[in-house]
Design a binder for this molecule. Structure first.
Ligand code: TMP
Length: 258
């Protein structure tokens, strides 16, 4: 089974930057990764992202219930088309920039939709596929929203690339501070309920210090060592030296360049 790591946090918490750094560091080690970004990644997910973050109807808002189902539809498509296959792959690390905990924090705690009803929707959408490790980049909303203000103009740092949402796409960033406080305390409650899955990282620290904590947590996992061993054995199987040792028709000295 693949190792599944998700990043969570409020607006401006730096999770997209950290998720991008983790993917690059793993790739540098030769560990195969699958990056997923919610909502996004699938065609349906990308369209839903535009619907939610864009303003197709001007200032008209989407009802909280409809918003829950839009995020859940994007996730259901992701689970069915990407995660169900990827999670079976033992040589893979799946890195998610947001996953189902975002729905609990934003639509459950933030929008105050009933948590027990959401639980059923979430289980259906995810097919029960859950992260092995969830890294919460915790930041007081006042501080984090200042950061978002600095990158206002519709630009969001997405690690490898810069993703551009429609101008004025600030559905969540413009929510009152009380909403962001509820989201933050919701995340902290979730982390407290399931401490074996969650790690809370102080997101106010500088980017390198946060990444040190991310890296330490990931590389300290037994399942991570297993994935690395598996991908190293794949590399060894592919290496020409190995073929030279096992083939019934070993290359002659001159062919080896000796
Ligand atoms: P982001 O990826 O730029 O953070 O944007 C996604 C926005 O959507 C962010 O404000 C959080 C919000 N969101 C939810 O409210 N519920 C969800 O389930 C997800 C995945 C995101």
């Amino acid at each position: 089974m693949a190792l599944f790591i998700s990043f969570e946090g409020g607006e401006g918490s730096g999770k997209s930057t950290q998720a991008g750094r983790l993917v690059r560091a793993l790739n540098d080690m030769g560990v195969p990764t699958q990056f997923i970004h919610e909502p996004g990644t699938t065609n349906l997910g990308r369209h839903i992202r535009e619907l939610i973050k864009g303003s197709p109807w001007g200032r008209e808002t989407i009802s909280h219930e409809a918003e829950l189902f839009l995020f859940s539809a994007a996730r259901a498509e992701l689970a069915a088309k990407v995660l169900s296959k990827a999670s079976e792959e033992s040589r893979l690390v799946i890195v998610a920039d947001r996953y189902v905990d975002s729905t609990v924090a934003y639509q459950g705690y933030g929008r105050r939709l009933p948590l027990n009803l959401m639980d059923s929707v979430n289980r259906l959408a995810t097919q029960g596929i859950m992260p092995d490790l969830t890294l919460l980049l915790d930041c007081p909303p006042v501080e984090a929203l200042k950061r978002v203000g600095q990158i206002q103009a519709g630009l969001f740092d997405d690690g490898d690339s810069v993703r551009r949402d429609e101008a004025g796409a600030r559905r969540f960033e413009d929510e009152p501070l009380a909403f962001h406080r509820r989201v933050r305390s919701g995340y902290l409650k979730l982390a407290g309920i399931e401490p074996e899955r969650w790690l809370v990282i102080d997101g106010t620290k500088d980017e390198d210090a946060v990444f040190d904590s991310v890296w330490e947590a990931v590389t300290g996992m037994e399942k991570f060592r297993h994935v690395v061993e598996q991908s190293e054995s794949l590399e060894r199987d592919r290496a020409p030296e190995h073929l030279g040792e096992t083939t019934l028709f070993p290359l002659s000295g001159s062919q080896r360049g000796c």
